[in-house]
Each structure stands twice: as C-alpha cells, then as structure tokens.
Design a protein around this ligand. Sequence first.
Ligand SMILES: *Cc1c(COP(=O)(O)O)cnc(C)c1O
Length: 358
Amino acid sequence: MKDLKLNIRVEKAQNSRLSAVDFDNLAFGKTMSDHMFVADYRDGEWQDLRIVPYDSFHLAPATSSLHYGQSIFEGLKGFRNAQNPEEVLVFRPQENAKRMNVSAERICMPTIPEEIFMEGLHRLLEIDRDWVPSTPDSSLYIRPFMFATDEFLGMKPSDTYTFAIITAPAGKYYSKALRVKVEKEFSRTSPGGTGFAKVAGNYAASLLPAKLAAQQGYDQLLWTDAKEHKYIEESGTMNVMFDIDGTFVTAPTIPVEDTILRSVTRLTVIELIQDMGHKVEERHISVDEVIEAIKNGKLKGAFGIGTAVTIAPFAVISNDGEDFDLPSDYTFSNELKAKFQSIQKGEIEDTKGWTYKI
Ligand SMILES: *Cc1c(COP(=O)(O)O)cnc(C)c1O
C-alpha cells in the first residue's frame, strides 16, 4: 500500500518479548507478537484506530458477544520474502478483508472498510516485522476479529464493536497425513445458517463431534450436508479436494451452497491445479461416490485445504465404522503444497498479484 493515510495512533511496547521466543519450536497460536491493531465502532463509525501493546481487553460481564456470539474472525499468513528478507509477504489479504464483511453482514455487524483492515494490518506488520519467522514451515499467523461490545443483556444487534488484529508466529499445523471420519450424526451448520461465514458459534458447534471423533482415533471430521448426510462439505476448518483419476473435485461454495466456507486457499489451489494442466470440478460430491472411487482404485488422493494447514493430505477416510486407506504413494498434494508455499515465500515469481508486500 503506497498511500497510507489513516490516522492511527501508535503506542509501542516498553519491552519486546521477542527474545524469549524459540523460533525453532513454534506451536500454533500460542505466542502472540508484541503489538495489536484495534479500532472501536461507536456512534455509527469506526474510531480510535490504534496500535498498542498486546494486552487483555477490559470487558464488562454483560458484554453482549459473550452471551449471544456476535463475533467473527479471519485467518491469514505472512512470510519473509525469500528474495529480500527485510520484506514481509502477506498472502491475499484483500480476500480476507472482503470475506470478513460477508461474515459481518450475516450476523448484523457493521462492515469494516477495506482501507482500515489493510492499513491497520500494514502498519502493525511494519512494527512487528521481526516477529515474522524465517525458519522452514513457519509463518506469521494473522488473526483479525470483531466482536460486539454493548453492555446489554437484551437480544438485539449491538450498537458498539471492537475490531482487532493480533498476530502469532507459528510452526507446522499437522505433521502427518490425516485420518478423517465422515460425520453423519452432527452438523456444523445447515442451509440458511451461518456456514459460509467465519462466525464464532460455528466452531463451538463443531467441538463436541470433533472431540468424539478424536476419542475414536480420528484427526478430523468430514462434514456432510445437514439434510441427508449424503454429500461431503468440508473437513474440520478446511475445504476438501478429491483427486478422482486426475480430475480434482471440490464442493461448491456460495452462491451455490451457503453451508461451506469459501476458502481463500481453495481459490488459490483451484487456479494452481488448472495451471498445472489438470481439470477441476466444483460440484456436489457424495460420500458414496468417494467410497466407490476408493474401492475401484479411482481415488488417487484427497486433501484438506486451508490457511493454517495449506494442504493436508488424508491417509484414511472412515465411513459408517469402516476405515478406508487412501493410496500411500500419492505425491501430488506435497508437490502442490511446495508450489503454493514457494509463491507465498517469494521463492518463485508471483505472476498473479497474490502477495502483498510490506
Ligand atoms: C477458515 C476456514 C476454511 C479455510 O479458509 P481459508 O481462507 O483457506 O483459510 C475452511 N473451512 C472453514 C469452516 C473455515 O473456517
């Protein structure tokens, strides 16, 4: 962004916590960087834009988002530019800014102007630039979020909100291929619900089924449609892609289906796969079709797609209590991941304008 123009107050941390961080052993989402960007919405406008030391919020017990869940978030990543380590490359942040507003509108929150999102992010990363890891398989995870702050127990959209961006240096998310279970009892969301939005409550609803699956030895769920439990929608907080005889099939998102989160990683992966000369189909895919393809050897591989994991290959799909092994010699997902990450890190040229430089 060349013309930064918003009035953002900056209060720097007195002591950086950076020297205490072990960049060779980063967990995901546990260590937060020194600063955060914050803006408040009141009297119908966003105000008091500021970058301040990462610290607790002071919230009244009656803060409405704690009770009624008017709360949304985003997730994206920044990397050190391999060609120029002084520079940070953020992957497709404008897509997250847009999607955040799709989420906001669904649960009656004010939208956040793209320039506040982008300039807040830009200034924050200028200040916390040294928190962007350069170790392999690591990145700066960026978490924008917004929540209702009215001190009021009545059920109505809040009049006041806080928008904030925090960041956390992060290592690998999953280290091995996943065992996923087709979920046919619980639903993450339903038609007419909030599945297409990154709304906090969606994730609360997914915790119990995920915990039960973990007790049975599975890493993630494969969510199916709420009506018939027949079609595959997503896996955990990832979109999914099935390689059926060299054609890559993934479930449709909005405007076709409002139950699936429109992943930025998926948009990117679709283009990359097409550029590699393969066919991609966005269509409904049933559990039966996948199991049939496994049985007759047509399913070459399957993988989850999302910012945190980039690409996470599946090792096992479990359906109705039966485990099906996926081919263990599938290499495409790793190739794809390597290509994706080399664009994110500036190792190969970004011809699509996906990386945003700071
Ligand atoms: C965030 C999320 C994804 C992945 O989206 P990305 O933009 O690729 O990070 C997929 N599914 C759900 C339910 C999500 O919350």
